[in-house]
Design a protein around this ligand. Structure first.
Ligand SMILES: Cc1cc2nc3c(=O)[nH]c(=O)nc-3n(C[C@H](O)[C@H](O)[C@H](O)COP(=O)(O)O)c2cc1C
Length: 187
């Protein structure tokens, strides 16, 4: 099984989560992680499962305007934030809207968001989930959120949770693929 984790990240938190998910998946699959801005046209072609995530901005997936706002936050020395070198460019919304985007047969979605009730924070993970289902991919597991503090740092133990989530995803995806293979053999 081949798994590809695709992420966007302004300040590095979603990147760290994506890498921890990759580590968990790697216990079950050949797993790689890549920023959405580094993804080549053919990179997704071989993947059995894509795990796709980004930060929550203004209650949903990022847009060019919110990414510009994030860059301004990083320019403000008092916030102690560093803009990811790979941040400039497109986001997951642009990637999933692109008709040329290749999606794998299976997927799972995740996001990072502020540690507050979801009614207040919004839910980019649910939007990513919906976008991939609309592209015809099958969901392996419910969309998951990983939390940051009001200062945009990951809450304690979120990396551990992300790794465990990746491992569980790997197990679930393997089972679905084995089931599909058995079905094909029997048919
Ligand atoms: C312009 C902007 C808007 C944001 N809006 C929200 C929001 O509506 N809800 C929320 O939970 N977090 C919001 N956040 C916080 C981000 O979710 C947080 O910065 C992100 O998860 C950090 O991930 P990153 O380091 O990968 O960019 C916003 C951040 C920025 C920069």
């Amino acid at each position: 099984m081949r798994a590809l984790v695709i992420y966007e990240s302004m300040f590095g938190n979603t990147k760290a989560i994506a890498e921890a998910i990759r580590d968990g998946l790697a216990t079950r699959a050949a797993a790689t992680v890549i920023n959405v801005n580094q993804l080549g046209m053919d990179d997704g072609r071989e993947a059995d499962v894509m795990v796709v995530g980004g930060p929550t901005h203004v209650h949903g997936m990022t847009r060019a305007t919110t990414r510009e706002e994030a860059a301004k936050w990083a320019d403000d020395a008092s916030k102690h934030l560093t803009l990811e070198p790979e941040a400039p460019g497109r986001g997951i919304r642009d990637w999933s809207d692109d008709p040329l985007t290749i999606v794998s047969p299976l997927f799972a979605a995740f996001a990072t968001r502020a540690d507050m009730p979801v009614l207040l924070s919004g839910n980019a993970a649910a939007q990513i989930d919906r976008a991939l289902r609309h592209r015809g991919s099958r969901r392996v597991a419910d969309a998951e959120n990983f939390l940051v503090t009001k200062d945009n740092r990951l809450e304690d133990d979120e990396l551990i949770r992300a790794r465990a989530w990746g491992e569980a995803l790997g197990a679930q995806a393997s089972e679905l693929l084995a089931h599909a293979d058995r079905g094909a053999d029997e048919g």
